[in-house]
Design a protein around this ligand. Structure first.
Ligand SMILES: C[S@@+](CC[C@H](N)C(=O)[O-])C[C@H]1O[C@@H](n2cnc3c(N)ncnc32)[C@H](O)[C@@H]1O
Length: 298
């Protein structure tokens, strides 16, 4: 077994980790922090209230509850920023120089999270755009849908931003690759660099059946990140907000070692069952597909 799951608070777990010991972080944290708080999770599990909103049905089908980041108060945004500042302080210590961090977010709150990471010493290296129609936004003004039939309150979201950060290192990239095995991104195929827009569908139903977590990310997408995260294909990946373990499954499918930390007992138990099953899923990843797409665009 090359993955290790821990039922713990990631801040406490990271604080106990030796410095300069992990080679990449790929994670999908609670974007607004409060949506995975036990109070809000209990409300979601009971089917009402809290930050989780049941969206109106669309084309006759009912949609899953979505967290509403527009309701975050100034105080909650400040807490979000402080939490990610503390998280970044712990994470930067345990990562080796040149290690990359891929962190999922949402366009409404990403600037709070990005600045918390750069304030604690990470360099921002870009953003990865996961092209996915989330069904978030796009609704007509509530209570006046007919009166303002041609108006949307906000854009219908069609992408998910993933911040890309790196722990600074001294010397050249080539020297860092030799000493720490990090600093760059692994190419999908030798002729094509890793590219920051990744076409991605919504998570397939067979994966959701294995891992019914509200924020499950698709294997096909995560495997592309995991591949890129270890430039020489060596090292260990950490996911401090592991949920149902989809990052660990992606790492496992590529033969990489990984660590996942999950606070919620129900999700931790789910991850123990789901990781080996998700890892076996065949996603038909075709790295060649990426180079073909690029040729098409050019
Ligand atoms: C957005 S979900 C990640 C889901 C994951 N991408 C998947 O595919 O299953 C964030 C997870 O972080 C967990 N979490 C929240 N705070 C945490 C903390 N302090 N330490 C560890 N896990 C935490 C939540 O319980 C939740 O399962």
């Amino acid at each position: 077994m090359t993955y290790h799951l821990f039922h713990a608070d990631c801040l406490e777990w990271l604080a106990k980790c030796p410095p300069n010991s992990l080679h990449a972080c790929i994670t999908d944290p609670p974007y607004g922090l409060i949506e995975y708080h036990p109070d809000h999770l209990a409300k979601r599990r009971n089917g009402h209230g809290g930050v989780w909103r049941i969206p109106p049905s669309f084309d006759g089908s009912n949609r899953q509850p979505l967290p509403r980041f527009t309701v975050l108060t100034e105080n909650e945004l400040k807490k979000l920023s402080d939490f990610f500042g503390e998280w970044a302080t712990q994470l930067i210590r345990v990562l080796v120089p040149g290690a990359h961090v891929f962190i999922a977010s949402n366009p409404l709150v990403s600037h709070w999270v990005w600045s918390s990471l750069t304030n604690k010493g990470f360099e921002k290296r870009g953003e990865i755009i996961r092209l996915v129609r989330t069904f978030r936004g796009g609704d007509r003004p509530k209570g006046a849908e007919k009166e303002f039939a041609d108006v949307s309150a906000m854009p219908r979201s069609a992408f998910e931003p993933w911040g890309l950060f790196r722990k600074p290192f001294e010397g050249t990239l080539a020297e860092n690759l030799r000493s720490w095995k990090t600093g760059g991104l692994r190419r999908p195929v030798s002729e094509t660099p890793f590219t920051d827009v990744i076409p991605s569908g919504r998570t397939p139903q067979d994966e959701k059946n294995i891992a019914p977590h509200p924020s499950l990310k698709p294997q096909k997408f995560l495997r592309q990140l995991a591949w890129a995260a270890l430039p020489l294909g060596e090292g260990e990946i950490v996911d401090p907000f592991a949920g149902s373990g989809s990052t660990l499954a992606a790492a496992e499918s590529l033969g990489y070692d990984s660590f996942g930390i999950e606070l919620d007992r129900e999700y931790f138990e789910l991850a123990n069952v789901a990781v080996p099953r998700l890892a076996k899923i065949s996603t038909h990843i075709t790295f060649l597909e990426l180079s073909e797409t690029e040729i098409e665009i050019a």
